[in-house]
Design a protein around this ligand. Structure first.
Ligand SMILES: *Cc1c(COP(=O)(O)O)cnc(C)c1O
Length: 396
């Protein structure tokens, strides 16, 4: 072999013992030992490793851990498909299980991207979306009973930015009664606090970009479900063919971040509870939205369907309205202004001037997103430092 051939050749794995930490399999394809192994793998393409768009060992390891978390304590076999983002998880799920003529029933206060996807992308493919108040179970049932072809009820709880909670068990039961599937976006709660599949949901989706990674350095998503045919035949196939697969590097970052998920969620929850209590006593604060506070309208439901805490997200309304909120945002020194959530450090957002800028003011206010509302993704810093920072900024 000449040197110019040698440089081109793969030179073997060079390892004698197993790595302690998950390696990144940065390879587009996998090698067949011989033709008969190739045929076997192609026959059963979903299990062998062939091509990294179909499956990749790094990505599979992370998907499997999330699947185990979402089904923890049950004897169901969970299936998970990781995707290139949270939006990819949602679009892959919808593409994988819906067809033209099907309808989706959902709530008005979804993640903005999800609403837009349903309205302006899926709408073009003949999938119609009906927005309703999923808290109104009688109204939800009426729609399921009278509207034809509702194939999916899609729910997000707690929701953004007012932390409204929806009753997953009741919504899943109603969906099944009328032949629909139920999907839940569990990004805000994480499987440490809420496991929708165990109370009847058919699918859970996550933006792992948020709490599961927790360090703000990757974008990825996941779909989890118990129905093998829907997961392998529907969701996996849509991922593979639409090319919404997760990159092994993003999966690897998620894997590292997830190791501290339990610890982080404990601290996110206890910090958020302390801050919510502080804010609710503050004379300049009109209202605090946190499901852990007894005054939150969905506190009883949150207590029933969440365990271990009420999450790290809260929002509060300043009496001083738009002007006061903008001043407060710019006066905060420890809290960072950023349009994401679930990171280890505290992030703040003013919905009226950012995420909900395009929503007409009246609609926005009707939905509780007032001019003075500030959303906080409470981090894992020392809570006294956070409270001191919020206090000095609110006083300005
Ligand atoms: C961020 C987010 C998404 C979208 O996830 P990406 O990873 O940004 O694509 C979906 N749902 C919720 C609740 C989110 O917070």
């Amino acid at each position: 072999m000449q040197a110019d051939t040698l440089v081109v050749r793969e030179n073997g794995e060079h390892r004698s013992t197993a790595p302690h930490v998950l390696p990144i399999y940065a390879t587009s394809s996998f090698v067949f030992e011989d033709i008969s192994q190739g045929i076997e793998i192609f026959k059963n393409i979903e299990s062998g490793h062939v091509y990294s768009r179909y499956a990749n060992p790094t990505v599979d390891a992370v998907a499997d851990k999330i699947a185990q978390l979402e089904s923890f304590g049950s004897d169901h076999i969970p299936y998970a498909v990781m995707t290139s983002s949270g939006m990819a998880a949602i679009s892959t799920l919808l593409m994988g299980v819906l067809k033209s003529g099907d309808k989706v029933l959902t709530q008005g206060d979804l993640y903005g991207g999800t609403t837009e996807l349903l309205k302006s992308v899926l709408g073009n493919f003949g999938v119609e979306t009906i927005f309703t108040d999923l808290k109104d179970l009688a109204g939800t049932e009426l729609l399921l009973r009278t509207e034809e072809n509702i194939r999916m009820v899609y729910c997000e709880t707690p929701s953004n930015p007012t932390l409204a909670c929806y009753d997953i068990a009741s919504i899943a039961a109603l969906s099944h009664q009328y032949g629909a599937l139920c999907a839940v976006d569990n990004t805000f709660a994480t499987p440490m606090l809420q496991k929708p599949l165990l109370v009847g949901a058919d699918f859970v989706i996550h933006s792992t970009t948020k709490y599961l990674n927790g360090h703000g350095n990757s974008i990825a998503g996941v779909v989890v479900g118990f129905d093998r045919d829907l997961m392998r035949g529907g969701v996996w196939k849509a991922m593979k063919l639409a090319g919404t697969n997760c990159s092994p590097f993003e999966a690897w970052l998620t894997s590292n971040g997830m190791k501290t998920l339990a610890l982080r969620m404990e601290r996110h929850c206890s910090n958020a509870m302390k801050i919510a209590a502080f804010l609710s006593e503050h004379p300049a604060v009109e209202r605090v939205n946190y499901p852990g506070l007894p005054i939150h309208p969905d506190h009883e439901l949150a207590k029933k369907q969440m365990s271990g805490g009420f999450g790290g997200m809260l929002s509060f309304e300043l009496k001083s309205g738009m002007e006061g909120a903008l001043k407060c945002m710019d006066s905060l020194k420890l809290c960072t202004q950023a349009p994401t959530l679930g990171d280890v450090d505290t992030l703040i957002l003013h919905p009226a001037s950012s995420s909900h800028l395009a929503v007409p003011r009246e609609t926005r206010i009707e939905n509780g997103i007032t001019d003075g509302l500030i959303r906080v993704s409470v981090g894992i810093e020392n809570p006294d430092d956070l409270i001191a920072d919020l206090d000095q900024a609110i006083r300005k």
